[in-house]
Design a binder for this molecule. Sequence first.
Ligand code: ADP
Ligand code: MG
Length: 283
Amino acid sequence: MAIRAEHLTFVYNQGTALEQKALDDVSFEIPDGQFVGVIGHTGSGKSTMIQHLNGLVKPTSGKIYYNGEDIYGEGYSLKTLRSKVGLVFQYPEHQLFEVDVISDVCYGPRNLGLSPEEARQRAEEALRLVGMKEKYWQQSPFELSGGQKRRVAIAGVLAMNPEVLILDEPTAGLDPKGRDEILDQVRELHEKKGMTILLVSHSMEDMARYAQRLLVMNHGRKAFDGTPKEIFEHYKELESMGLAAPQVTYIAHALRERGLAVEEDITTVEEARDAILRLFGKE
Ligand code: ADP
Ligand code: MG
């Protein structure tokens, strides 16, 4: 088991007038190599939750285990944990600051104490992994497009060689092409490198397409935990949480109500296409 969270509760500004409970008794386990989506309305506690997993935020109560070890246990190194559990913040491009792309990506591995040569090698590998061509490496990160900046920021985390990659809304503000490119690359890291992925997203379509399992947050609590198909069956409850199933799920339900023989657990456009072609006998 890569990560185990037990009864996490977190309160911001405890004991002040601004006290705010952001997590309320949240428990879950993430097995090695799983691709997990985290969904929930704004303010439901997603960002607070994931920041617990690499020791950036300490729970008010509850425990976090990484590979079976209590990350707040005696002698446990949070610095090592942060290199194993890589966290890409929302709008990570705001944290780019070096003169050129390659220096920016070298920053993390240099900070881990690697030599300039080793750091450079890690950085080059990471930039290749995210599909950044060599011609960009000497450019200022500020001259790049939105999608490219974001890839550089993701490479900065990958250069630390993490075992777990957590991304907080990595596609926010990108156009559909930039969005698909980033998510396809994340999927490749999962499939080819066996990396454990936690992806926070607003998009149910993306979740249905990429995630093996979903954690649904609502008002600081874990509301659902299951496969996308299991979760999207509860679309009425999701709606009461300000969420919804993917649009094609609604279309599938509407077709069934009209007496057409399509499966009711359709969650991706590809499944909907296949079901409709089957109706016309064109499989
Ligand atoms: P999400 O990522 O799902 O939008 P957050 O984890 O950011 O949710 O927020 C959960 C709750 O904690 C919200 O009520 C939010 O207003 C509150 N919160 C988040 N960050 C802070 C902070 N730095 N100080 C005080 N309250 C915060
Ligand atoms: Mg957030």
